[in-house]
Design a protein around this ligand. Structure first.
Ligand code: AIR
Length: 214
């Protein structure tokens, strides 16, 4: 992407909204975050928790990095930094063009006490569903605190992985293959718990702990 300035980035989004691409070529989910300092929480990190990137890739999504050159995967997400306070115009353009650019759902995360990107994006993009991710505990109130008539769906602080699962649940209402992938994911989760439970039981606590720390 060549967009170097804010205006160019807005034009890039507006131009994309004016195109009429088939659904297979446009991102299904938009992931936005208030700052690149949110990246580890929003997308996951090697050392910390997995995030939305990990959940989406586990479910077979690919990250779309160019509107003109979509990945082969049928389901894709795009990723941008959009700050409600530093770049309010970009937030407005992003949210207003979202549906026309083919997005079916947005995952929006922000941190700090004024985490307004998710709630403002939900208001502007309405009725497109927005799943808010409070990047920190102190961001929860500003993400979920919407007035009556202005809805947002939100996950707990830092749970961007779950936000990606929720976004996929929304898409799965229309796409049976995503329904099957979600069921498969959940079956795997159950197997993991069952394996851990069996190991803890049969190894006993000290040996289980020793092996886990290896
Ligand atoms: N933020 C960015 N623009 C508006 C807000 N509320 C949030 C980011 C980040 C925090 O402020 O989502 O969690 C700190 O951002 P930075 O860029 O100073 O590290």
């Amino acid at each position: 992407m060549d967009s170097e300035t804010l205006a160019e980035l807005q034009e890039y989004l507006e131009a994309e909204a004016a195109r009429d691409r088939p659904a297979e070529e446009t991102p299904d989910v938009g992931v936005i975050m208030g700052s690149d300092s949110d990246l580890d929480v929003m997308m996951g990190s090697e050392t910390g928790r997995p995030g939305a990137f990990d959940a989406f890739t586990d479910l077979g999504f690919a990250e779309q990095t160019s509107y003109d050159d979509p990945p082969e995967a049928r389901f894709t997400f795009e990723t941008f930094v959009v700050s409600a306070h530093r770049t309010p115009e970009l937030m407005y353009t992003y949210a207003e063009t979202a549906a026309d650019r083919g997005l079916e759902v947005i995952v929006a995360g922000a941190g700090g006490k004024s985490a307004d990107l998710p709630n403002m994006t939900a208001s502007i993009a309405y009725p497109l569903p927005v799943i808010g991710v409070p990047v920190q505990e102190k961001s929860v109130a500003s993400v979920v605190g919407m007035p009556q008539g202005a809805p947002i769906v939100a996950v707990d602080a830092g749970k961007s992985f779950n936000a990606a699962l929720s976004a996929t649940q929304i898409l799965a209402r229309k796409h049976p293959e995503l329904h099957d992938r979600l069921v498969e994911y959940h079956d795997g989760l159950q197997e993991d718990v069952a394996r851990t439970s069996r190991d803890l039981h049969s190894l006993g606590t000290p040996e289980f702990k020793r092996r886990r720390e290896e």
